[in-house]
Design a protein around this ligand. Sequence first.
Ligand code: E4P
Length: 218
Amino acid sequence: MLFFLDSAKLDEIEYAIKNWKIDGITTNPKHLMTAGMKMDEFIKKIKPMVEGTHITVSLEIDPHLQDPEKMIEQARNLATLSENFVIKIPATEPGFIALEKLAKENVKVNMTLIFNVLQALQAAKLGAYYISPFVGWKEERGDFDKDFIATIVKAVKNYGFKSKILIAAVRNLKHFEEAALAGADIITAGFEVYKRGFENPYVKLGLEIFCDAWQKIQ
Ligand code: E4P
């Protein structure tokens, strides 16, 4: 399973690449806003950080776009900027039309805002590179489905599609467990979710106990 960082904050990205050997970055307009960066500025800074590595960066097209041709044009332009870029297209009807054409041109598309099996299968059939079900968004809105992750993974894998399932909007370690047990290809989570996972309080407690014992046997 690959681990992606869901962030546009360059300090977080730098830290995660260096210390956690993160495999990819996912961004969206909200992440750029939080990081206080325009898309152009982000692209300029992220390119040298990832080029020549296996790290992909998912960049979202303007969410206002409704016309497939305009979506395609913007996606193409972004994709030509780096081989590491994967273009996020929303799972709307125009988005699926755009996906089909872009996939035929070998543009890597991350189909984003996936909330059901129909969307996931359509994305797979039309050649999405990544399919991003947003697990946290459903739960936060009371649409809790304990089998959501497993269902999407199984449905897509049943038919041997090449698309990779990228579990997104991950909020906690339970989501990591569910994604891993379901055989999801990738997970993307925010910086704090990883931090909480790596800095388990029992590890801290264990180290205190062992340090104490170590001192006593000197
Ligand atoms: C993933 O590609 C999305 O950017 C992300 O997971 C959306 O969730 P969030 O912005 O609510 O964390």
